[in-house]
Design a protein around this ligand. Structure first.
Ligand code: F6P
Length: 497
């Protein structure tokens, strides 16, 4: 019997039965790392399943793949390169770690120079980027800002002018720094927005708008061609993937706004999680256990989605960030060896913030026909100084939801019956600071990687996004008449000849 079959044939226990059978369950299935407590006890994982998953992981070469990832070997097969985001945190091939360190010093130098007024009186920062060039910086700024920052920073990604226009109305062009974040330095949305910002600067009478632009890119030569002086280009390595790039110079606006030391704390927290992922045996390896649970629900219980609810307003962008990380990495139907994947790849990641979501989508989680593994996140230290009732209410609601999903409640009235036995994981942070958030994001990166290895897919390419871009470009170039009649009609309706 192969390991998948053993996993699939494993007799299903209820969560209640698992708790009844093992008074030590919470201790056995909870782990702590870098100020974060991970509780997997309310999942259906048990010793036998763990054993089968460990065998599957061994067959799939997970240890070797972790080693390959963290020593800079070529793990991104389809694009023929390494995936070196851990080198940004000091773990990887020696030359890559040294290169990342030098680039970081250069980035620090520019942060310090701007702080010292080298580019004039800067009060506003417009960070333009999309996908990985925006989601990470946006998440970090929202999560870690304290409100007394020297700069007001807006991260704008969408091509929709409704995103950029209010920022241009609010900001003073003479005191604005434009940061263009694009690994490829070609992304259409980013450059349309960049053109509009530089036009606005010129219209507002800024004498040298290009002197106030910083480029964050793996293609520095393209930034030079675009007219940006080499001294204001912060390169990063081509081997750092877009959705893994917040650790590179893509984090510049974060470092400038929140302080370079906060950025360094994040890198240090992530490095702690890297070391854990590299060294911990699988039965104690937190990203690996999380991936085992993901695979169990996706493959065995056929869950097509997984939901993440942050019971902390500061982490409200985490589900958006995770959607790109997990779905762009693992939403594939071909394996690394080119064969068709004969099972589901990534579940659909979705979520929101608690307690808001309780009054919106939790009905389905408690009584709907879909089984959705839920991940709760909460932070013990509150991020505000209002009365303690706020935070107590927040956290206890979070814990209460996990308990209710698991316990359910029977009633003779079928409308009021809660089936229970619905799984959840709880991630409880001691505090929300650079180190903890760095470790948390690295946890999600490694979990995504472990899932990919278990499935045999390459998480580091994203060819699936190309066709849509091509079609949009064809329409923009005046084509589209050769497309289907529905698309042609939509185009003609929106833009009559
Ligand atoms: O379209 C997908 C994508 O390539 C993402 O992977 C990436 O994060 C985003 O676009 C932005 O790309 P870039 O940083 O090259 O502008």
């Amino acid at each position: 019997m192969d390991h998948w079959t053993a996993i699939e044939n494993h007799p299903a226990s209820t969560l209640k039965a698992l708790f009844d059978a093992d008074t030590n369950r919470v201790t056995q299935w909870s782990f702590e790392q870098s100020g974060i407590y991970f509780d997997f006890s309310k999942t259906h994982m048990d010793g036998t399943l763990l054993d089968s998953f460990q065998k599957l992981a061994a067959d799939q070469g997970l240890s070797e793949q972790i080693e390959a990832l963290t020593c800079g070997a070529m793990v991104n097969i389809s694009e023929g390169r390494a995936a070196e985001h851990t080198a940004e945190r000091g773990i990887g091939a020696e030359t890559s770690v040294e290169n990342a360190r030098l680039l970081k010093r250069r980035m620090q130098g520019l942060v310090e120079a701007i702080d010292a007024g080298a580019l004039g009186n800067i009060e506003h920062i417009i960070h333009l980027g999309i996908g990985g060039s925006a989601l990470g910086p946006k998440l970090l700024l929202e999560a870690l800002k304290i409100g007394d920052e020297k700069y007001e920073t807006a991260v704008i990604s969408n091509i929709d002018g409704c995103a950029l226009e209010p920022v241009l109305e609010r900001f003073d062009a003479h005191k604005t720094l434009l940061v263009i974040a694009s690994k490829s330095f070609t992304t259409a949305e980013t450059f349309l927005n960049a053109g509009s910002v530089t036009d606005w600067m010129m219209e507002q009478g800024v004498s040298d708008p290009f002197g106030k632009i910083i480029a964050l890119t793996a293609m520095p030569e393209k930034a030079v061609e675009w007219g940006i002086d080499e001294s204001r280009i912060l390169p990063f390595s081509e081997t750092v993937g877009g959705r893994y790039s917040l650790w590179s110079s893509i984090g510049f606006s974060v470092a400038l706004t929140l302080g370079f030391e906060v950025f360094e704390d994040m890198l240090a927290g992530a490095a702690e999680m890297d070391a854990h992922f590299k060294q911990a045996p699988f039965e104690q390896n937190i990203p690996v256990i999380a991936a085992f649970c993901d695979q169990y629900y996706c493959q065995v219980r056929k869950c097509e989605t997984r939901a993440v609810f942050a019971y902390d307003e500061r982490l409200k962008l985490l589900p958006d960030y995770l959607q790109q990380l997990e779905m762009e990495s693992n939403g594939k139907s071909v394996m690394a060896d080119g064969k068709t994947l004969d099972r589901h790849s990534s579940p659909i990641t979705w979520g929101g913030v608690g307690t808001d979501a309780q009054h919106a989508v939790f009905q389905l989680l408690h009584q709907g026909t879909h089984l959705v593994p839920v991940e709760f996140l909460a932070v013990i230290e509150p991020g505000h100084s209002l009365a303690a009732e706020h935070h107590q209410g927040l956290l206890l609601n979070c814990f209460g939801q996990g308990a209710a999903l698991m316990a359910g409640k029977s009633s003779d009235d079928s409308n009021r019956n809660y089936p229970g036995d619905r799984p959840s994981t709880t991630v409880l942070l001691n505090d929300l600071d650079g180190r903890t958030l760095g470790a948390l994001i690295a946890f999600y990166e490694h979990r995504t990687f472990a899932n990919a290895v278990l499935l045999g897919i390459n998480p580091f390419d994203q060819f699936g996004v190309e066709l849509g871009k091509e079609m949009a470009n064809a329409l923009l170039a005046g084509g589209g008449n050769q497309m289907d009649s529905s698309t042609e009609t939509l185009k003609n309706r929106a833009f009559p000849a």
